[in-house]
Design a protein around this ligand. Structure first.
Ligand code: IPT
Length: 991
């Protein structure tokens, strides 16, 4: 039997799993905890010899012959598919081979790695070779001798290599096989990547003892004092234990009796994600000949369900989490320490307080960061067998006793390694693997090692062996029901929601509203943190590839590009939206008999607001500060709402809207926690002043030209389109406006597309001119254009009337009225948009607007957008989604300006009522056609779209559609737009 198809053997000669810690020779080293100072530490990362084979059997059996044949080189850690071997392949659910467990394809890519090193051990010492992650099955050989094998890609494996070690020139060979029986348990939604992808190192057990340490903290009545329990297992040595805080010894811990020590610690600082206080336990181990030191960082915290709620130290918590994969766009599964740190720092910055390690244990270092910075973690076992779902026998192996050992192994190894991290509050048994007895067995085995944490598994639909009830992508109605059904039920979390694929998700506020309303609902985890797209250079430009781009079939295309951060690590709009929706400080403005009151609610679970500074500022619409004040907040307690009277402010002239802006910052660092804005005073409405003027009207064949000494408009009398509009010889409008009902589909539109394109042909509109007249008025000229606009083969459409009023100094007032005409039964339930497109002069590359900003916003995704005057270039208004799609809209725009780079000329547009505006240097057709960010063909004009409205974003790529209020219906509309030229000379005149 091939060992990589033998389900009864999860490993051979692999050492027992133990907690992640290092041994140090001196106390100081132990306190510093530098990995390099670990006794006998030697990193084996770097360049290894390498050779790639198509089957494991092809690998020469003779060690010397094999060693000599390793004539290529590869970096360790790395994934060989990203180093030019094998084939990149992305699938969400499918196994890329027949389902015949435990057997896997005979053609089974195999990478053989060779590394030469020197390493000395003294008598009585043992040398440990540690792999943090190898995908998938691997065998280890040293100096021609077989050492052992292991399975479980994202789990640690350790081998004792002392027996065959020599001081110099050790030859280590690691044979890595891509498919194994374990692969049936590793069908996560991600790229299929192989190799030694996490660090490899050596260290020493100087007294030969492979001991283990387990720390537990149990609060005593009232949660003031804690019982610290330390267990040291698998050792005969004596140990002295000390408690350190911030590098200082604070007390001795009671001696071990039968390997166990219990000590009452009076009023320690407790660990929570908001107060990540860590202590260090220093174990001074009396080895055979020498002392050595093991530091273990830990925190005093308890996880328990109290009255059906998940509580930390007796207090119910709310999880504002994300799902995180190990991913890097260049290196695949290889993630550097710097990147992990940046992930954790970004999460904290964006008000995220929890992370689920979807769908496997991460590198140990990640949990150290979560302990230190404060994030609650659901640590998930490396287990998913989603592909069985399609066979109709989803529980094929999950409910098959033959596989129990494999399941239990994956749970136990995770728990043993990670058991001392205070950040981990739940163990997850895996993801998307149906249900069955092997999960019950895992649950039992985990609880035996560690009963101090909760267990989570979403596939356990009855919550039979899960301590919490979990669902994913649940729609709002269902979630409300779950909230209401709380009596005697387990607490609920949404382990995945808010699918962040492409532009979106929308509707996060509604999720938050529902989850905050019911005590049973304790929050959730957005899917997912980082786009899993691969960075490619082509024609000197960087672009990102996804499923299918490597000719990999079948594939799930860009379903892996669904993160809150773009591949270049810039935060997406959605991440800013998440930050606002997850805000820990909620504000409301209350007006009581002319007195303004600010209501501040503290949504943290543990800390008060005394470290927060409020910057209160009255601003006009241009962002000018009229009055501002800084205020340190008092100790508003968790959950508490307090009201404060605030200074009122009003201006007499009423020429601008006045806002109150509130910014809550960390006093010490100035970090912005959250902000809010309230409209205080609306400006007086003014009628635009139009100067009258005389025009010359010429009709020639199809054209109607209206002009005077300053402006010129040309209409096509057959189509009714405005073909040119110019001021002082400079063309502004090159064509338009044309009505549109289409947007370049966003990923969240994917399930509407077929109907939109093939039933209602919303992307195939055409116009029928019903009337074209012009008339001289007392002040200028009026052109009226009446059209019927409809889509291919549709019995419904729009009667549209466009009235152009031309005045002096190039001013144009455009009035548009649309009336739906429905002469049929079948009509679309939702439209992507109702808008008007203008092709405008590309010289005008600068865009300013008074509306919602600074980032793009849509009706169900604008919590983080505020009213203000913003400025950008047209180019920068493009949001570079990996898979190009509708982007960059700004709602509520009252006026905007388009200007050339030198600001010498331009146009001001005012919308009545305020509208949604989008401007790009490409057409929506070009955007739709492009499959990658570098493929968007630029147009020779800018496309300005003024929308009556767009549908919201929703999260329907994997989750609910837009809420009813954000689904745009066929509806009548009227809108007015004023165009006014801006010339530098005129601006100067004003001053
Ligand atoms: C869910 C998976 O758990 C996750 O890995 C990812 O694939 C996500 O969907 C979509 O991006 S499972 C799905 C059946 C809801």
């Amino acid at each position: 039997m091939k060992p990589w198809e033998n389900i009864h053997a999860v490993a051979d000669n692999r050492l027992q799993p133990v907690a992640a810690f290092n041994r140090y020779q001196t106390l100081q080293d132990a306190l510093d905890m530098e990995e390099e100072a670990t006794i006998g530490f030697q990193s084996l990362n770097g360049l290894w010899q390498f050779r790639y084979f198509h089957t494991p059997e092809e690998v020469p059996q003779n060690f010397i012959e094999l060693w000599k044949s390793l004539n290529e080189q590869i970096e360790v850690p790395s994934c060989w598919q990203l180093k030019g071997y094998d084939q990149m392949h992305y699938t969400d659910v499918l196994y890329p081979f027949p389902i015949n467990p435990p057997f896997v394809p005979t053609e089974n890519p195999t990478g053989v790695y060779g590394y030469e090193f020197d390493y000395e051990v003294n008598k009585g010492e043992r040398a440990i070779l540690q792999f943090e992650g190898v995908s998938a099955y691997f065998e280890v050989y040293l100096n021609g001798e077989y050492i052992g094998f292991s399975k479980g890609s994202r789990l640690e494996s350790r081998f004792d290599i002392s027996e065959y070690l020599k001081p110099n020139g050790n030859q280590l060979i690691v044979k890595v096989v891509k498919w194994s029986d374990g692969t049936y348990l590793e069908d996560q939604d991600m790229w299929w990547l192989s190799g030694i992808f996490r660090p490899v190192r050596l260290y020493k057990l100087i007294d030969g003892e492979d001991l283990d340490i387990q720390i537990d903290t149990q609060p005593q009545e009232g949660y003031e004092d804690f019982q610290l329990s330390v267990q040291i297992k698998h050792t005969k040595s004596n140990a002295r234990l000390y408690l350190y805080e911030n590098g200082k010894r604070i007390r001795e811990v009671n001696p071990l009796i039968d390997g166990k020590s219990l000590t009452t610690i009076l009023a320690p600082k407790r660990w929570t994600a908001e107060t990540p206080h860590l202590y260090t336990l220093i174990c001074e181990i009396e080895g055979k000949d020498d002392f050595y030191f093991i530091p273990v960082k830990f925190g005093f915290r308890e996880v328990r369900i109290i009255q059906n709620q998940i509580c930390i130290n007796g207090v119910p918590i709310f999880l504002n989490g994300v799902n995180r994969h190990d991913f890097n766009p260049k290196n695949g599964l290889v993630v550097s320490r710097e990147q992990m740190k940046s992930d954790v720092e970004m999460m904290k910055t964006f008000n995220i307080n929890a992370v689920r390690t979807a769908h496997y244990p991460n590198q140990s270092y990640f949990y150290e960061l979560c302990d230190e910075y404060g994030l609650y973690v659901i640590d998930e076992a490396d287990l998913e067998c989603h592909g069985f779902e399609n066979t109709g026998v989803y529980d094929w192996i999950s409910d098959n006793q033959l596989w129990e050992k494999q399941y239990v192994d994956r749970g136990v190894r995770m728990v043993e390694r990670d058991k001392n991290h205070p950040s981990i509050i739940m163990w997850s048994l895996g993801n998307e693997s149906s249900s069955g007895q092997n999960f019950t067995a895992m649950y039992g085995a985990i609880k035996q090692i560690d009963s101090s944490r909760l267990i989570h598994y979403e596939g356990d639909k009855q919550a039979a062996y899960s301590d919490v009830y979990t669902t994913m992508y649940t729609n709002y109605e269902k979630l409300e029901q779950l909230g209401k059904l709380s009596e005697g039920r387990k607490p609920h979390i949404l382990c995945e929601y808010g699918h962040a694929m492409g532009n979106g998700p929308g509707g996060l506020e509604e999720y938050q509203r529902i989850m905050r309303k019911y005590s049973r609902l304790q929050g959730g985890f957005i899917w997912e943190w980082y786009d899993q797209a691969i960075e490619i250079e082509r024609d000197g430009e960087t672009t990102y590839f996804y499923g299918g781009d490597f000719k990999d079939t079948p594939n799930n295309s860009n379903f892996c590009v669904d993160g809150l951060i773009h591949p270049d690590r810039s935060p997406s709009t959605a991440l800013y939206e998440v930050k606002k929706v997850f805000e820990p400080i909620k504000t409301e403005l209350i007006q009581e008999n002319k007195q303004l009151k600010l209501s501040i609610q503290n949504l943290y679970d543990f800390i008060d607001l005394s470290t927060i500074q409020l910057e209160l500022c009255y601003l006009n619409e241009e962002g000018g500060c009229l009055f501002s004040k800084m205020k340190n907040l008092p100790a508003i307690l968790p959950g508490e709402i307090r009201q404060f009277p605030i200074e009122t402010f009003s201006v007499q002239d009423g020429t601008q809207d006045i806002y109150l802006r509130l910014r809550f910052k960390q006093q010490e660092t100035g970090h912005l926690v959250t902000e809010n804005q309230f409209l205080i005073q609306k400006k007086k409405s003014t009628e635009p002043h139009f100067e009258s003027a005389k025009f010359k009207v010429e009709q020639e064949h199809m054209k109607l030209t209206i002009q005077n000494e300053s402006s010129k408009a040309v209409f096509n009398q057959v189509t009714g389109l405005l073909e040119t509009y110019a001021y002082q010889g400079e063309v502004f409008i090159q064509q338009g406006p044309r009505m549109t009902l289409w947007r370049a589909p966003i990923d969240n539109d994917m399930y509407q597309l077929k109907e939109w394109q093939e039933t209602f042909f919303l992307n195939k509109l055409s116009e029928q001119l019903r009337g074209f007249d012009y008339q001289e008025t007392a002040d200028g000229i009026t052109v009226s254009v009446r059209k019927y606009v409809g889509a291919l083969n549709q019995g419904w459409g729009y009667e549209v009337e466009l009235t152009y009023n031309f005045f002096g100094k190039g001013m144009l007032n455009l009035f548009i009225e649309g009336k739906p005409k429905i002469n049929c039964v079948e009509i679309p339930k939702m439209l992507p948009r109702i808008g008007f497109e203008f092709q405008v002069n590309q010289q005008l590359s600068e865009f300013s607007w008074y509306g919602l900003g600074p980032r793009e916003n849509y009706s169900d995704s604008k919590a983080s957008a505020f009213m203000g005057t913003y400025h950008s270039t047209v180019e920068n208004l493009h949001v570079p989604y990996v898979f190009p799609q509708e982007n960059g809209a700004h709602m509520n725009v009252e006026y905007a300006a388009l200007q050339d780079g030198k600001k010498e000329s331009g146009w001001k547009l005012s919308m009545n009522p305020p509208r949604m505006l989008t401007i790009h240097d490409y057409t929506k057709e070009a955007l739709e056609k492009a499959m990658h960010s570098d493929e968007i063909e630029k147009s020779p004009f800018n496309v300005l779209t003024i929308d009556i409205a767009q549908s919201g974003l929703g999260s329907n790529s994997c989750g609910p559609e837009q809420q009813e209020a954000h689904r745009l219906k066929i509806q009548p509309f009227v809108t007015e737009i004023n165009f006014e030229p801006m010339k530098r000379e005129e601006k100067q005149d004003e001053h």
